[in-house]
Design a protein around this ligand. Sequence first.
Ligand SMILES: *Cc1c(COP(=O)(O)O)cnc(C)c1O
Length: 419
Amino acid sequence: MPMSADFQSRLFPHLPTLVDHFQTPFHLYDEAGIRATGARLKEAFAGIDTFREYYAVKALPNPAILAIMQDMGFGFDCSSDTELMLSRQLGARGEDIMFTSNNTSPEEFALAAADGGCILNLDDINLIDRVEEMPELICFRYNPGARRSGNDIIGNPVEAKYGVSHEQIVEAYQRARDRGASRFGIHTMLASNELYHGYMIQTAEMLLDLIEELQAELGISFEFINIGGGLGIPYTPAAEPLNLEAMGRRITTLFAEFAGRNGYQPALYMESGRFVTGPHGALVVRAINRKDIYRTYVGVDACMNALMRPALYGAYHHIQVLGKDGESETELVDVVGSLCENNDKFAIQRELPRISDGDTLIIHDTGAHGSAMGFNYNGKLRPKELLLKSDGRVELIRREETPADYFATLDFTPDSLRP
Ligand SMILES: *Cc1c(COP(=O)(O)O)cnc(C)c1O
């Protein structure tokens, strides 16, 4: 089952009260679940000298969620100006932040270096000379090309726009060192929503082998390897969850073997987004219209601007109808929003209990890359976000957008010229 039974038992009994008080639609996140997954992550890699998760801010960029990450000792993986600002507003500084940007602008470099800096992860060898002042600690994002296969969401490494190629990687560290860097890390991110733990083990092994080569070639040692995010979650009821514990055991052994050969162990960094928060969020909506033409459509009060994944990747998000679980009478429906795009559908030809107007629907696994991907096409406004706290209180952590927000960018000082 995608959404955990624990989360369901914490949420469902109170859902009618919450729907009444806060009004649908809303994303709701489960602090206890997020903390349980965070603890599992730390436990899985406890045998490695230093392990740290840098939560991928883009997955759920809400300060209330990021504060939980910080409380668990996690850092932040940022890839834009505003993500850096958000992390620093929470007090993250220096090595609490990993800045992994692609096609980096001078403004981003300046902000990355400001305010105590961050771990700068360079995405291209040509960016070395764009860094105003080379930081002491530098990292490169490695793209192994044809040495590895990627997956659907992130693409094949050979075709991916990310990272430094295998042929450039020695020179990259050499040039960074020539410019004054004296501490080194390496990063890669190859898969997205990967459920096979063996793939992640191969990634760790690939980076450990590579730093041994770089060490031999350049005489430098590495403080960390960062295997990126991309750990998958089971969106469909049939999917097998990723075996985190087996992944942890094998990677821990690889680190011990590395230490045996090299006399030291780098730290292991990871920057999961989806794995940490994905299953611990749900989009709660109400059915407002039912339409029977060639198919039956259940219209709900949110649209794809609250959850892009089905339209963008054909992604499956499990849906439950509150109070109608296990009902024998089911029907095949499309669950749709109100946006003028035919791919504005949360589910296509899904077998669900018979839904009446006013029913509450729970769309699972929206805790990562859900609300965050929202947009305003068709003048659609994004829904609010709630947090179910460990103490049982439910808090509004982002209000819904209003027409005033939508029109705010039309409020400007007139500017024109005749060129
Ligand atoms: C998106 C992204 C992540 C997080 O990916 P998940 O699939 O949420 O784990 C981590 N690192 C980088 C560089 C990313 O772009």
